[in-house]
Design a protein around this ligand. Structure first.
Ligand code: PBG
Length: 334
């Protein structure tokens, strides 16, 4: 009746041959290594003690004086890079503690770079530092009028000042995450004028307005007090727009291109990989971490296995670097 050979019976092709132990690892297309991972670290100027972050089991906000110890814990797992986030001593409408010489990130970075060999990346944004929780200064009246939003160009100048102050404190790389137009170019200019021509920028180039950031906003205390971020972060419905966003950042001098979140946006990771030669980073965000933990806590998932599989998938999609709350656990298991 049917002359087509049945695969695996009459056909010479049997994919199973390469799945045997011994050969599996030889033919494996993707590998995970601790040197690809970046661990987020939260430094909190309002506390003298470590404060566990409930929605992110295993993570804590640490006082400035504990920043070095926290980073040493990361290094002990084999992870060599950290992303430093700060919770300031106070917030105001212009986020002044984001670019203060004595700010929480600046103080922590000075100590970390003086006392450890970690590669130190800093998150450059204003949302943890503004009392309204937006990623820049807001237009007058924004509180009442949902059509008003973050004032772009003036905010970008503050982001540039923030990046320069991080560089002055010793940061090895800056990672602007505010999703404002022209942000990367302004930071590049600021760094160049400040004598930091060789300091690279990892841009959160395709950053979506995602509900997966929920636990982070608890951790860093950066939820907007009114409105949301849909006027500056990307619409989850859009993939082609990510190309334009990434292209702009490349033109403005971004050295590493990040996609965020990671797992729900692997199509975008793969597309950026295809379109650009730059290193591609993906941010496996707080919600991606929290949901696996929650399911594992119920006994529904094997946490180590799903964490490993998640990071492998992100690499398979084309990311070179992964920023993840699983960094330490996965690195230890490798
Ligand atoms: C700051 C920033 C956010 C995250 C990283 N940097 C919050 C946001 O954009 O709302 C989220 C990271 C995570 O969820 O793990 N803008």
């Amino acid at each position: 009746m049917n002359n087509t050979p049945r695969p695996g019976r009459d056909d010479a092709r049997r994919p199973r041959r390469l799945r045997a132990d011994g050969v599996r690892s030889l033919v494996s297309e993707t590998g995970l290594s601790a040197s690809d991972l970046i661990a987020p670290v939260f430094v909190d100027a309002t506390t003298d003690e470590r404060v566990p972050i409930d929605s992110m089991p295993g993570h804590e906000r640490v006082p400035v004086d504990d920043a070095v110890a926290r980073v040493e814990e990361v290094l002990a797992t084999g992870v060599e890079a950290v992303m430093v986030f700060g919770i300031p001593e106070f917030k105001d409408d212009r986020g002044t503690r984001a670019y203060a010489e004595t700010g929480v990130v600046q103080r922590a970075v000075r100590q970390i770079t003086a006392e450890t060999d970690a590669y130190v990346i800093t998150d450059v944004c204003l949302c943890e530092y503004t009392e309204h929780g937006h990623c820049g200064i807001v237009e007058p009246g924004a509180e009442e009028d949902p059509h008003l939003t973050v004032e772009n160009d003036e905010s970008v100048d503050l982001l540039a000042a923030t990046a320069v102050s991080h560089a002055e404190a010793g940061a090895d790389m800056v990672a602007p995450s505010a999703s404002l137009d022209g942000m990367v170019g302004a930071i590049r200019d600021g760094l160049d004028e400040g004598g930091f021509r060789n300091l690279p920028i990892m841009s959160y180039a395709a950053k979506y307005e995602s509900a997966f950031y929920g636990p982070f906003r608890d951790a860093a205390d950066g939820a907007p007090a009114f409105g949301d971020r849909r006027h500056y972060q990307m619409d989850p419905a859009n993939a082609r727009e990510a190309r334009r966003e990434v292209e702009l950042d490349v033109g403005e001098g971004a050295d590493v291109l990040m996609v965020k979140p990671a797992l729900p946006y692997l199509d975008v990771v793969a597309d950026v990989r295809r379109e650009h030669d730059h290193p591609v980073a993906a941010y496996n965000v707080s919600g991606e971490y929290a949901m696996l933990h929650a399911a594992a806590e119920k006994g529904w998932l094997d946490l180590d296995a799903v964490a490993h599989e998640s990071l492998l998938s992100i690499k398979r999609a084309g990311a070179d670097l992964i920023l993840t709350y699983f960094a330490e656990d996965v690195a230890e298991s490798l």
